[in-house]
Write a protein that binds this ligand. Structure first.
Ligand code: NDP
Length: 247
C-alpha cells in the first residue's frame, strides 16, 4: 500500500501555528511537502515551523488584503509556486444568542472565518490554475451544516465556507485545481477557550462516539484531500464528526 506522497509539493496552511493547523503541517511535512505556516501569531508560527522539518513561517492577517498579498510575495520568494492551500485560520467567537452579539462580534467571525478564506483563495488559486495543478482544502465545521445554538456568526461563516468551496470547485474543475472542505465536530484545541463550557458540553453531547475529535484525525483526512490520490472529487464536504452528521 502506498503512503500519501506529497514529495516536491509546496503548501500554505493558514492558522498553522497551533491546533488543527499545526497537526496538518506535521502531516504534510511528514508526507514530504514543504509547508509555509501563515498565522497572525508570529512568534508561535516561527516556533511551530522550527519544530518541523521542511516548514517556514510568515506572519499574516488573513482578513487584510495587503497582508495576504505581502505574504504571497514573501512565500513565493522563499519557496516558489504553491500547490496546496489549506484555509484553516479561524476563531469561534463568543458564545451568545444572535441578538446578544454586537455587530462587531458578529462581523469579526465572518471576517476571519469566511472573508479570510475568500482572500487567500483569491490570492493563490490563479497561480494554481496557471500551473494546471492545485489542491485547496477549507476547514469548515459541522456548525455550517447544522447550525449550533449560541454560535450564529460561526455557523453562518462556516455555511458560507461550504458554499464558497462548492462554487470555487466548479470554477476551476477543468484547470487541475481541486477544492474540498471538511466539517469537523468539536476537537480539543485552544479555540475552545473562546467559548463557554455549556457550549462545549452541548457539542460533545451531540457526538455518537462520545468523544472529542483529534487534531491528527483532521490532519489525516486533509492530507488525503491535498494529495494527487484525490483526483475525481471536488466541491466535496467531508464529514469528521464521530457520527453526528446525518448527511
Ligand atoms: P486554534 O485557535 O487552535 O488555531 C487557530 C489559529 O488561527 C491560531 O493560531 C490563530 O491565531 C490563527 N488565526 C486566527 N485568526 C487569524 C487571522 N486573521 N489571520 C491569521 N491567522 C489567524 O483553532 P483550531 O485549530 O481549533 O481551529 C482551526 C480551524 O478549524 C478553524 O477554522 C476552526 O473554525 C475549525 N474547526 C475547529 C473545530 C474545533 O472544535 N477545534 C471544529 C470545527 C472546525 P490566534 O491564536 O492569534 O487567534
Amino acid at each position: 500500500m502506498n503512503k500519501i506522497n506529497l514529495e516536491g509539493r509546496k503548501a500554505i496552511v493558514t492558522g498553522g501555528a497551533r491546533g488543527i493547523g499545526y497537526a496538518i503541517c506535521q502531516r504534510l511535512t511528514g508526507s514530504g511537502a514543504r509547508c509555509v505556516i501563515w498565522d497572525r501569531d508570529e512568534e508561535a508560527a516561527h516556533e511551530a515551523a522550527r519544530s518541523l522539518s521542511g516548514a517556514e513561517a510568515i506572519a499574516v492577517d488573513v482578513t487584510r488584503e495587503e497582508s495576504v498579498e505581502e505574504a504571497k510575495l514573501a512565500t513565493s520568494a522563499k519557496v516558489g509556486g504553491i500547490d496546496i492551500l489549506v484555509n484553516n485560520a479561524g476563531i469561534a467567537g463568543c458564545s451568545k444568542k444572535l441578538w446578544e452579539c454586537t455587530p462587531e462580534e458578529w462581523q469579526e467571525v465572518l471576517q476571519i472565518d469566511l472573508f479570510g478564506v475568500y482572500l487567500c483563495c483569491r490570492a493563490l488559486v490563479p497561480g494554481m490554475i496557471a500551473n494546471s495543478y492545485g489542491r485547496v482544502v477549507n476547514i469548515a465545521s459541522i456548525a455550517g451544516k447544522e447550525g449550533n445554538p449560541n454560535a450564529s456568526h460561526y455557523s453562518a461563516a462556516k455555511a458560507g465556507v461550504i458554499g464558497l468551496t462548492k462554487s470555487l470547485a466548479k470554477e476551476c474543475a477543468q484547470d487541475g485545481v481541486i477544492v474540498n472542505c471538511i466539517t469537523p465536530a468539536v476537537i480539543e484545541t485552544d479555540i475552545l477557550k473562546q467559548i463557554s463550557q455549556e457550549h462545549i458540553d452541548y457539542m460533545l453531547s451531540r457526538i455518537p462516539m462520545g468523544r472529542f475529535g483529534l487534531t491528527e484525525e483532521a490532519a489525516a483526512l486533509t492530507a488525503w484531500l491535498c494529495s494527487e490520490d484525490c483526483s475525481f472529487t471536488t466541491g466535496g464536504v467531508f464529514d469528521l464528526s464521530g457520527g453526528r452528521a446525518t448527511y
